[in-house]
Design a protein around this ligand. Structure first.
Ligand code: BEZ
Ligand code: MG
Length: 842
């Protein structure tokens, strides 16, 4: 946990002397003292608070985390702690553990989990140091979140000396007005009270935040070098903070370290497998194989061709994905679509802390790794390798593929995480490890280590500069293939993670579009931007409206300035405007708005400092928005802060609207197999949000493209194609959903998330094919056995699935037949009754 305790003042003379900041020095001393106290307290006497998350609130998501089977992992953790000497009252089973957290007295209080205790409002008011700030934002204590009007509820359950608590929500998730105007100056009463309870009343020796990720480190305040005025620092105080965090997310992990002084303990993401084909996709492939084996213009071949067409139509493969060509071309096109579906890699199931990866899963992972290795390896050799007795001596010294894979196999055959957690909670040093995706960065193994990022001065790397230029060409090629002229401007979303993992490929892609290079000083450190001469570029400079995630802005300040400088240099270049669209648009803006070039050339947009995301995800999740205008407004309110060459943001809503009016398409890259555009709500939150603004600015729909670099080769797809691919390889694929359902409650929540995120894309872009909803409805709601399973495992999330599909129909994203609609509505009512019934019965 980095802590800034001194520095040099800005003035002249004495002001410039290095000096300490007493308040920070005291915090540093307090944190060290608490760490020593943790070490010195015997395990049997230690009080530990484990914090689970609940996002979205009230959605059957108590205890959910990215890629993690939370309750199984928690059970294993409690067991390990008990084995290590902690006083833990261990539940009988995972189900018992889950039920003691989720059920308990929850029905009595109408809460999403057991109420552990009530904090009386008088007591809270007396003890809340920052009451004025919280009341200014949330009204008089105890507020409306997690309160009964007289007291604040702390959710969770105690197991001996270990308290498992549920982190309260941000508080504005379901409230469209707040989402639009929320300036985010303070957490809710309940949020602040929860952390005070852990620090002072429960008296934790240490906290363990359980999985990726919660809201603490995203509370208002500075992005780095926090002070006592920053909320994450106030809330965590001097408590030793440990964070079980996904190994593939170094960017948000870095925020957790910087902003909440967390020591990370990494966990593995689920195995990556080939999606394969299933049910009717299989049948279709069989028919195509038979057809191929026959001579053309043979009677049977013609009958088979008809069958193929109808099989494809039933799967909705033909209409969306194959144009109106002759039979041969159509069937070849179908075969290619099937081959893509079959070969697509998907994450399977959820990770369990404490369980080593199974033999079959290791084989899948090694096969995926071998597929992109320079020297191919036979399947038989891989099986042998997976079955080999692991060598005891450390890492393989040979750098060849086989020994690298043997190494990976050895490291995956054992759990490294439980031991690491127990050791970290003793206050021991946690060894560092880079963050990344297992397939591309096996150096993340063994997990159970403290994830670090990179040297920010070295981005973009030489390789990324080449690769980014190649990817820029690919995207332009796809746009041309779709029948368009060279774009004058594109809207490009940049994330931190993608750049961290790829050495800055997406940044380089933006620079390549603008025709700008990066300059490095003699130490190899990033020093600024430089124009590539038009003659070398060979095409006009394309204008790029860049949207940074709040995380990118925090982690990559040098690159933020680099991008701003690139746009400025291009705008200022004395070049013909037909060869320089940045200049063309900047001069036009200047002419109509009478501003300086510096302003007219602002192209890098993000949030105000200390805030993250566009809130469009919350708006969609709440489901109560009426007009698409609200989505554009919500987005623009949050993401219209322009970052100039000086690095300071100023809000420029009008400029954003003006530059978007020139944009021809919106684009974002996908860098890892673990994440799809329908996996998390952040993709539609930003890329979708900006597409909605674009549509408003232009008065017409614009294409949205996804550059998929996850499978080891690059493909640029339309958003429609990407959602279709993910729906077929994941949501509708038994390999994917059975992998999820094996983990029960949380698995259903992940299926629900896929459905909600799909609706998010319809709401923001209108570019999801209607069949997607039809097939999701068939698979998860109208299939009675499946509906029962989901409802039994997670009544709240299963009811949300049905309601979300009904909402999709009401918003005209699909038009089911009358009987399908009636069945869906009927099922929706049953699920809701059942949800209430379950609550009453409990
Ligand atoms: C990022 O790395 O920028 C990011 C990560 C997760 C969600 C959104 C953005
Ligand atoms: Mg996040």
């Amino acid at each position: 946990g980095p802590l800034l305790f001194g520095g040099r003042g800005e003035g002249a003379g004495d002001e410039r002397q290095m000096r300490a900041v007493p308040e920070r020095v005291e915090m540093l001393a307090a944190r060290v003292a608490r760490l020593i106290a943790l070490r010195q307290t015997p395990r049997a006497k230690r009080r530990l608070a484990i914090v689970l998350f609940n996002f979205p609130p009230n959605g059957g998501s108590v205890g959910s985390a990215a890629y993690l089977s939370v309750y199984r992992s928690l059970f294993n953790t409690l067991q390990a702690l008990r084995g290590a000497g902690y006083e833990v009252d261990l539940p009988q089973s995972v189900n018992d553990l889950r039920s003691r957290i989720l059920d308990g007295n929850a029905t009595r209080f109408g809460t999403p989990a057991n109420v552990h205790c009530h904090l009386p409002v008088d007591d809270y008011v007396r003890r809340e140091t920052w009451l004025d700030e919280i009341e200014a934002q949330w009204g008089p204590a105890p507020g409306r979140q997690q309160s009964d009007g007289r007291s604040i509820q702390v959710l969770g359950t105690q197991f001996g000396q270990v308290f498992v608590g549920i982190q309260p929500a941000f508080g504005y998730e379901g409230d469209p007005m707040r989402l639009l105007f929320e300036s985010g100056f303070a957490p809710t009463h309940a949020f602040s009270a929860f952390y005070r309870y852990l620090r002072e009343d429960f008296g934790a020796h240490a906290l363990l935040h359980f999985g990726t990720h919660g809201a603490l480190e995203f509370m208002p305040g500075k992005h780095t070098g926090l002070s006592g005025d920053c909320w994450p620092d106030r809330l965590i105080g001097d408590l030793p903070n440990f964070y079980l965090y996904a190994a593939n997310n170094p960017s948000e992990a870095t925020i957790a370290k910087r902003r909440s002084a967390a020591t990370l303990v990494s966990y593995l993401t689920p195995p990556v497998v080939h999606a394969g084909l299933y049910s009717k996709l299989h049948d279709l492939k069989d028919s195509i194989d038979q057809w191929r084996a026959l001579p053309p213009s043979n009677g049977e071949a013609e009958r088979l061709a008809d069958l193929i067409e109808s099989q494809a139509a039933e799967l909705d493969l033909s209409a969306a994905d194959v144009g109106q060509f002759d039979t041969n071309t159509r069937i070849t096109g179908l075969a290619e679509s099937l081959a893509e579906l079959e070969a697509t890699l998907i994450p399977q199931g959820l990770h369990v802390v404490g369980d080593a990866m199974s033999r079959n899963d290791r084989l899948e992972v090694l096969t995926a790794m071998a597929a992109v290795a320079e020297t191919p390896i036979e399947p038989a050799a891989l099986s042998k390798l997976v079955d080999a007795v692991p060598m005891k001596d450390g890492r393989a010294d040979k750098a060849d593929t086989v020994s690298r894979l043997a190494d990976v196999n050895r490291l995956l055959s054992q759990d490294h995480e439980l031991g690491a957690l127990v050791s970290a909670l003793d206050g021991n040093y946690v060894r560092p490890a880079p963050g990344g995706d297992l397939l591309q960065a096996p150096e993340i193994l063994p997990t159970g280590r403290n994830t670090h990022a990179f040297d920010p001065f070295r981005l973009p790397t030489t390789f990324a500069i080449q690769e980014g230029a190649r990817q820029a060409d690919l995207m332009l090629q796809r746009f041309a293939d779709d029948g368009h002229d060279l774009p004058e401007a594109v809207a490009f979303v940049l994330w931190g993670t993608d750049n961290l993992k790829s050495g800055g490929c997406p940044i380089s892609q933006v620079l390549a579009l603008m025709g700008v290079g990066a300059r490095f000083d003699t130490y190899g450190r990033l020093a600024g931007a430089t124009l590539i001469p038009l003659s070398d570029l060979g095409r006009p400079r394309i204008d790029v409206v860049v949207t940074l995630s709040g995380i990118f802005r925090d982690l990559l300040p040098h690159q933020t300035r680099l991008l701003a400088e690139a746009a400025y240099l291009a705008a200022a270049a004395d070049e013909p405007i037909e060869r320089n669209f940045i200049r063309k648009h900047a001069l036009a803006h200047q002419a109509t708005h009478n501003c300086d070039l510096e302003t007219a050339a602002l192209r890098v947009f993000s949030n105000a400092e200390g805030t993250y995301g566009s809130n469009v995800n919350h708006l969609i999740d709440g489901g109560t928005w009426c007009a698409e205008e609200e989505i554009a407004d919500t987005y623009a309110a949050r993401k219209s802060f322009a970052y100039g060459r000086g690095g300071e943001p100023t809000q420029h809503k009008e400029l954003l609207e003006d530059v978007l009016a020139n944009v021809d398409f919106a684009y974002q890259n996908l860098e890892s197999v673990e994440l799809g555009v329908t996996t998390v709500d952040h993709y539609f939150d930003t890329l979708g949000g900006i597409s909605r603004c674009l549509e408003r600015a232009k008065g017409t729909t614009v294409p949205v493209y996804i550059g998929d670099h996850a499978n080891g080769r690059s493909r640029v797809r339309t958003l429609t194609e990407q959602v279709a691919l993910e729906t077929r390889t994941r949501a509708l694929n038994p390999k994917w959903y059975e992998g999820m359902l094996e983990h029960g409650y949380e698995g259903v929540r992940h299926i629900e998330a896929h459905v909600t995120n799909t609706v998010g894309w319809s709401a923001t872009t209108g570019q999801v094919s209607p069949w997607v909803y039809q097939h999701l409805t068939q698979t998860f709601v109208l299939d009675e056995v499946m509906r029962e399973r989901l409802a039994a495992l997670n009544p709240a999330a299963s009811s949300r699935v049905a309601n979300r599909l009904i909402e999709a129909h009401e918003r005209n994203y699909w038009s089911p037949d009358d009987d399908v609609l009636a069945a869906l509505q009927d099922a929706g009512e049953q699920l809701e009754d059942r949800l209430e019934g379950v609550e009453i019965a409990a």
